[in-house]
Structures are given as structure tokens and as C-alpha cells.
Ligand binder design. Sequence first.
Ligand code: AMP
Length: 421
Amino acid sequence: MSEDASPRKELAAVKGTRDILPGEVEKWQALERLARETFESYGYRELRAPIFEVTELFEKGTGSTSDIVTKEMYTFTDKGGRSLTLRPEYTPSVVRAIVEHRLDLQPEPMRYYYMGPMFRYDKPQKGRYRQFHQVDIEVFGEKDAALDAEIIEMADALLRKLGVNGTETLVNSVGCRACRPAYSAALREAAGKRRSELCPDCQRKAETNPLRIFDCKVEACRAVAAAFPLIQDFLCAECKDHFAKLLGLLALYRLPYHVDPRLVRGLDYYTKTTFEIVSSHLGAQNAILGGGRYDDMMKDFGGPDICGIGFAMGIERALAAAEIALPARRALYLAALGEEAGKAGLELARFFRASGVECLVEFKDRGMKAHFGRANKLKAAWVLIVGEDELKKGRFGLKDMATGGQVDGTREELLEFLRKN
Ligand code: AMP
């Protein structure tokens, strides 16, 4: 490429964002299709919410002491002076939509899914972007741990369809409003004793929300946190039973899991179950998907007292671990010879496209040899030959570019032939 043709650096895609180009996008489409099929087979329906919301929604929902809210949000003031934020996650938007549209009046449980971009001002690295994409599911109105197990099973089923292997499922319970305060107090005390060993961020967390110290990546903080008391020793009877039932059902599904008592997952709203599926193929950013229960968010948003649970899968990470076999593209190249054939070819292309055949039409007048060269370049599977003779007879030649074999027929016969081949 000459220097003149390279893009101006200052106009390049913003750091932490990426273009998804043809060649790669087919995998995205396949993942999206498999996710849709999987979720709909469990009774989920799509719910599309806006990409930006009032900032307060995330402060309240995601949590004012979470890293996402304190450090990572794309917040701006619009021309009307409102503080808006590009969504860093999807759950608060769904909860808002349910309260706003009184979707809770529908029969429970309510099951929703969504796919789209999320935005976090984080340090870009492999598997971590500023605009990334998630597949997200949320269910409301079902307290039973059977649902927790079912969504983990559903996540696993989707990963199998995507050809993701070498995964591990981590589960934990973070307790509820009844039992967490005692645990937080124990953490606060433990963190207070070793305050000087913590990073400044965690020293602050030790006072505001000691559970968040488990999110810290600093080695010294991790070492301190490794010696903290464990939540399992503080769970109330209800949370304990819930967790035991979940583990029993995972065993029934024959889904191997690992209990990780430090899995608190960066968000303030979780209650009871948290879980993550990690891949051994992904390096440092190894969590393909994660989620948990959030039984208080709806009530906290001024809505009815309805519990919720969900998970989000990172599409970039899932694709990095996936093995998706794409069907070969089988396009038809229309080779029109002469002006009349060129005009008739437009109608023929319309006929084939309307029947679902990918049909490539070049507008430049070409001879037969040039047409074949072009069809080869475009990797067409078939060439339809449209000349004056063919037009008169209403029968056309169809050449298989791989074998060189040719068949003749009316457009209807050829369509039938293409469908069979
Ligand atoms: P979270 O919303 O933090 O619970 O994350 C759910 C999933 O989204 C993770 O397991 C990742 O697969 C993905 N994810 C989260 N943050 C990023 C990011 N900055 N870049 C790419 N993927 C991400």
C-alpha cells in the first residue's frame, strides 16, 4: 500500500474498539443464531433496550462502589444537560424496562435475552476491549435454585454448540441481605488488621465495601484476601439450602463444577448464586461468561418485589475459544453477454435472489473469458450464462466452477437444480 493510501492515524478506530470484517463476521452471525435458537428453546424472548441510559441507573443498579461505576463508565452530558452513560452492562436496563412497562404483570417467570455492544473504559488488552459485545439472559420471578441450575445448564449447552471445550464452571453463594452484613463486618475486621498491605484502592474498599477487595488484581491484595474468612461460614439457612440444592442439581445434570468461595464477580447486586465459566484456552482474561442472582434489584428500582437471575457471555471471548464450522458460500455469478442479455439478466438475478440464491451481477460489459475470470476471483460456485441464444430459447447454461461440468435448463429447472446441489 502506498503511503498516501494508508488511513490517517488520527481517524483510525478508537483504542479498545474494533471493526468486525467480512470473513470474521460470519462467525459472529453463527454465534448469534445459535444463541437465539438455544435461548428460545428454553422459552426466552428478545428484549432490546437503548444503548445509553441515565447515569443514575447504573450507579443504583451496578452499584456505586463497583469498579465499573467508579472507574469504567463512558459518561457524558447531553445537550439537555442530562448525565447519560453508554451501558457498561445490560441487567439494569432490563430491570428498568420491566418496571417501566409493567412486564411483571405477565405470567412469571419472565425470560429475556439480548445481544449487543457494552462499553467500559478499561485498559485494553487481549480479551478486554472498551466496546465489547455480550449475549445476555435474565429471568425474573423464580426463586427456586432449580432455575439457577437450569441457566448454568443452558450456558453449558450453548458453549457445546459453539464447540467451546476445556471449560470449568465455578460457583459460589454470596449470601443475601440477611446474612451478608455479618460477613461484611468480618471482612472489614480482617481487612482492617492488614490494611497497610493493601493497595490504596482496597484500603478504601475495606471501609466502603470490603467484598470488592476480592475483585482486585494486585498480587499483594490477592494474598491478603486469600486469608479472609469464607462466606460459606456465614450463610443463613435459606442461602445454605439454596446453594446445596443448586449443587445437587448440577450433579444431576452431570455438569462438573468447582466451588470458588472468592467468586464475587465485581457487581454489587448479586445475592445467593454467582457463577462463571472459564476457559483454559483464553489466557489471563479467561472468563467466557458469568452471572448470578439479584433478588433485590427490582424492588430497589421502585418496582415490585420480584427476584432476578442472569448471565452475560462475552462474544469476543466465546469466539476466541469456539470452533465454529461455517457452511461454504455457494454464490451464482451471472455472466451476461451483450446489452440485451445484460437487461434480461437483471430480471433473472431478481428471480434467483427472490428464491434465496446469492446472485452476483457485474455491471461492466464483458466477454465470456473475462466473466469466468471475474467469477473465479469472486469465488462464485456457479456461473449462469445469459447470451442472445439463451434468451431466445428461454434456456440457460449453468457451469459448476469446481468441476467444470455444465447443465442446461429453464430458470425454474436451474433453480431446482441449485436447490438440490
Ligand atoms: P460481566 O458483565 O463483568 O459479568 O462480564 C460478563 C462477560 O463479559 C465476561 O465473562 C467476559 O466474557 C465479557 N466481558 C466483560 N468485560 C469485557 C471487556 N472489557 N472486554 C471483553 N469482554 C468482556
